[in-house]
Design a protein around this ligand. Structure first.
Ligand SMILES: Cc1cc2nc3c(=O)[nH]c(=O)nc-3n(C[C@H](O)[C@H](O)[C@H](O)COP(=O)(O)OP(=O)(O)OC[C@H]3O[C@@H](n4cnc5c(N)ncnc54)[C@H](O)[C@@H]3O)c2cc1C
Length: 297
């Protein structure tokens, strides 16, 4: 089978690697470089965690993703998964059920009381009195390395053809055809449209209207040298237990500390650039000044 991909972000690149591994041919077109630093999946790091309270099937599927990422690291001969684990702040009454769910899904999990959290992670900014569940089959994916490794593997594989700087202007799923802005047409047996936030431009209007665009502002911070060791040994924390849903990704493998909050996510009308309005940056600085001891701009 020959599969045509419209878009070259993480969804397309990983699916293309899987297709080629299964013996299929792929051709992948992106409007920019492959990988494109402006794609939503291009970032220093992202969190992989499994806990979906009350939902064993989804939690088990996410534990499966943990194992799949380790396999992909081997296939691509690139280290990009820091298995730091993840902590989720959770009310004490729900912690045991969350731990049991994770264990049933195949992850190792542990309940931390408020006192244990404060003693072990005093730098991390948990809301006083908050408890948490720790899951071991979780951690931080170095997103830029993932995309670069996938693109590099495909580039040298005879079953794959990468077409950077080819804007797609139309997708005909029934005919498995993709039309390019330069007049070219890519044909296959199947098409995958994965154009991230730009997908609305390529979908049928009725479907495009159902998609909601979200924007999120994040802070990337240096940690004080004296605390660097403690931060490097900190799991991903999603969330910290604050009202605004603050969360953090620890500084692993040379990355900065990444901070954000559910309160910094909003619906947007258009796909914008990488810079957020200053108000959102100030909102996050105020949020974390109240949470992380010694936090300052
Ligand atoms: C702030 C934020 C935080 C997130 N955090 C996490 C997390 O911690 N863990 C997690 O699992 N997920 C997270 N996600 C979700 C995850 O990043 C997205 O699911 C993912 O980025 C989507 O990947 P994609 O390949 O579909 O799109 P993208 O990565 O955006 O790639 C789309 C590609 O399509 C190309 N393209 C667009 N239009 C065209 C066109 N007309 N012709 C040709 N090419 C085109 C673009 O150039 C781009 O390269 C987060 C998302 C955001 C925004």
């Amino acid at each position: 089978m020959r599969v045509v991909f419209a878009g070259g972000g993480v969804i397309s690149l990983l699916t293309a690697v899987e297709c080629v591994s299964a013996g299929h041919e792929v051709v992948l077109a992106d409007q920019s470089d492959i990988p494109f630093t402006g794609a939503t999946s291009f970032d220093r790091h992202r969190v992989l965690r499994a806990l979906h309270p009350g939902d064993l099937a989804t939690t088990a599927a996410a534990v499966g993703a943990h194992h799949a990422w380790i396999e992909i690291e081997h296939l691509l001969s690139t280290a990009f998964y820091e298995q730091s684990g993840a902590l989720t702040a959770i009310p004490a009454a729900e912690a045991t059920a969350a731990r049991d769910l994770l264990n049933a899904a195949g992850s190792k999990a542990e309940v931390f009381g408020a006192g244990e959290l404060a003693a072990e992670f005093p730098h991390a900014g948990f809301v006083p009195g908050t408890g948490a569940v720790f899951e071991s089959h979780a951690g931080v994916l170095l997103a830029d390395r993932v995309l670069t490794a996938c693109a590099g593997w495909l580039r040298w594989n005879a079953g794959a053809e990468l077409r950077p700087h080819r804007k797609v202007i139309g997708v005909d799923a029934d005919r498995a055809e993709v039309r390019l802005a330069d007049g070219g047409i890519l044909r296959g047996d199947a098409v995958l449209l994965a154009a991230g936030p730009w997908s609305r431009e390529l979908l049928a209007p009725a479907l495009a209207r159902e998609l909601v665009l979200h924007r999120q502002t994040m802070l990337y911070c240096d940690v004080p040298p004296a605390d660097a060791g403690a931060w490097a040994a900190t799991p991903a924390i999603t969330p910290l237990g604050s009202d605004g849903g603050a969360w953090l990704v620890p500084p692993v493998a040379g990355t900065p500390l990444k901070l954000s909050a559910a309160s910094a996510c909003r619906v947007g009308a258009e796909v914008g650039g990488p810079v957020s309005p200053p108000w959102w940056r100030e909102h996050l600085i105020d949020t974390f000044s109240e949470l992380i001891p010694g936090f300052r701009r």
